[in-house]
Design a protein around this ligand. Structure first.
Ligand code: SF4
Ligand code: SF4
Length: 280
């Protein structure tokens, strides 16, 4: 049975409730360049939710560890409405509350700017998980008065904008994170305990700590892993992040994405779930 528009509306994040929904093929006018009077007006006093890919790319851009980046540049929100902690970019602590990365030339981290900065003026919401249904993203157009971009003539569809802004190119990695956020395990209001919340935060956002967990503990002795996967994640941060998502499917939801080594099983083979619980 399809949801009524009313039901769907009440489930959307507050910021998107009155926005105009756009289908993927629908078009809108938009342009953004330094010649506009509003240039960088959008880069202050704004909630920018960071994805794990954002934290990784921005921390590398700033030549910081993920831990240092998180401490200096982010806030973590825990709310009852959300299944998992949300990481947001910390604005400067002054009157204008500017983004720490904006300067007179615009965005100083442009090539590594966050997902939501790329998407603007579009927003996206995911409906809550439902058994047997792949959540289909819903797209919205922000029509903020301060933004003059909609006076420009260039026309975009949702898809062509995402392509142009480099959103499509990161989709595979971003979707690994979204699959966790809207996982069917949460259906019926189930909540993770604090320990698993912390595991999610570390694996998704503090990738340098997660690397130590994988390579500097007995982790590799306890799980069977393809040598190529181990080597890839040793060499490449994004492969490590892919592996972090895989690990979380096992550690949070008990999915069989990891195999415990025979000799690491506490009872000689009672199964992965027990071994994982022991590890905790
Ligand atoms: S056009 Fe909109 S997005 Fe671009 S700088 Fe102006 S306010 Fe920001
Ligand atoms: S990261 Fe860049 S685009 Fe995003 S708010 Fe900051 S300065 Fe603006």
């Amino acid at each position: 049975m399809n949801q009524s528009e009313e039901e769907k509306g009440t489930e959307l994040p507050y910021a998107l409730r009155d926005k105009r929904e756009l289908k993927r093929e629908e078009s809108f006018n938009f342009g953004c360049h330094p010649g506009l009077a509003c240039f960088t007006d959008c880069c202050a006093d704004v909630n920018i939710i960071l994805t794990p890919v954002d934290v990784l790319r921005l921390s590398r851009r700033k030549e910081m560890s993920t831990g240092d980046f998180l401490r200096k540049h982010t806030l973590t929100l825990f709310t009852k409405d959300l299944n998992l902690p949300v990481v947001v970019l910390r604005m400067n602590d002054d009157e204008k509350k500017k983004c720490p990365f904006v300067d007179d030339g615009g965005c100083s981290v442009y090539e590594d700017r966050p997902w939501s900065c790329r998407m603007y003026p579009l927003g996206m919401a995911l409906p809550p998980a439902r058994a047997g249904e792949e959540p289909e993203p819903i797209f919205f157009l922000f029509e903020d008065d301060f933004c003059h971009g909609d006076r420009e003539e260039t026309q975009w569809t949702v898809e062509s904008w995402r392509e142009n802004q480099g959103v499509t190119e990161r989709e595979e990695l971003e979707s690994g994170y979204r699959e966790l956020v809207v996982h069917p395990w949460f259906i019926g209001g189930r909540q993770l305990d604090a320990k698993r919340m912390n595991m999610f935060y570390t694996a998704c956002y503090d990738l340098d700590s997660f690397r130590r967990f994988v390579f500097d503990t007995t982790f590799l002795k306890r799980f069977e892993l393809e040598e190529s996967v181990t080597e890839e994640m040793r060499q490449n941060d994004e492969d490590l992040l892919r592996f972090a998502f895989r690990w979380l499917h096992f550690a949070l939801f008990g999915e069989p994405t990891m195999t415990v080594r025979e000799d690491a099983r506490p009872d000689g083979g009672a199964g992965n779930r027990e071994a994982k619980d022991q590890e905790e």
